[in-house]
Ligand binder design. Structure first.
Ligand SMILES: Cc1ncc(COP(=O)(O)O)c(C=O)c1O
Length: 244
């Protein structure tokens, strides 16, 4: 089972465990580097450290972004880690001894060096994102057509994304308006997983009405730690004007 820690907060791993019946849970932590469980049996633990594996992305837009592509895997199981390490290096256990088919999926040294420096600034970056998000929440909560992000009771929120839910018939117009205002927006994600061609052979096992509805009504706004106070003000004003 792959649990996705979406948008910057922890997925409900404890509830998943209850229905998992022992099936290992892999935590996709691409969007939640630095997020923590704050309640329940994993209280105090970081996202990506409680499942069979945690997987991380260091794509430049992520909470901890490299200069290009990069990623990591965490596990408390040394055998899993040895296997993952081998797969990431062409299936080798020793140089030029290939035990399984692998990939070239090593973190290159330039990315590792950049990440080692940026890691030191992660707490500051996450605090800056939290402050921006607080301002957004205060500004957008009163807007009737806008649903602001909720933080789960068992997690903190690192705001990898600040995602609004708005009426689906307004989304395209709102995105266009924001473009004209010089403010970027993104839709994560316009096509839900079960509607992707790659997974077409699974259909029509399930109707995922909530995913389908959200894919038509979510829109993410800038929440980068480098936003200047004037940028934040402009974003708040533009959105408030549109929905007032
Ligand atoms: C939830 C989630 N999982 C996985 C990935 C893939 O990460 P990468 O492109 O670094 O492999 C991303 C990146 O966008 C993501 O957001």
């Amino acid at each position: 089972i792959i649990a996705v820690h979406l948008y910057g907060q922890c997925a409900d791993i404890e509830s998943l465990e209850k229905i998992a019946a022992g099936i290992p849970i892999v935590e996709d932590t691409a969007q939640a580097f630095g997020a923590k469980f704050i309640k329940g049996k994993y209280s105090g633990r970081f996202a990506g450290t409680v499942g069979a594996f945690g997987t991380f992305s260091f794509f430049p837009t992520k909470n901890l972004g490299a200069l290009g592509d990069g990623g990591a895997i965490s596990s408390t199981n040394a055998d899993f880690l040895a296997k993952a390490k081998s797969i990431a290096s062409h299936g080798q256990r020793k140089k030029y001894e290939h035990h399984v088919l692998g990939l070239n999926s090593r973190l290159d040294p330039i990315q590792a060096a950049a990440l080692a420096v940026k890691l030191k600034f992660l707490p500051e970056a996450l605090s800056a994102k939290a402050l921006i998000s607080e301002q957004y929440l205060a500004a957008f909560q009163p807007l009737k057509q806008v649903v602001v992000p909720e933080t789960a009771s068992f997690s903190n929120h690192t705001y990898h994304q600040f995602t609004l839910t708005i009426p689906s018939e307004k989304r395209d117009g709102f995105a266009e308006y924001m473009r004209e205002e010089g403010i970027s927006t993104m839709v994560y994600y316009p096509i839900p997983l079960h509607k992707q061609k790659a997974y077409a052979h699974f259909e029509p096992r399930t109707s995922l009405a909530i995913s389908e509805k959200l894919s038509r009504s979510v829109i993410s706004i800038p929440v980068h730690e480098a936003l200047a106070p004037n940028d934040i003000l402009a974003i708040k004003d533009a959105i408030t004007k549109y929905f007032s």
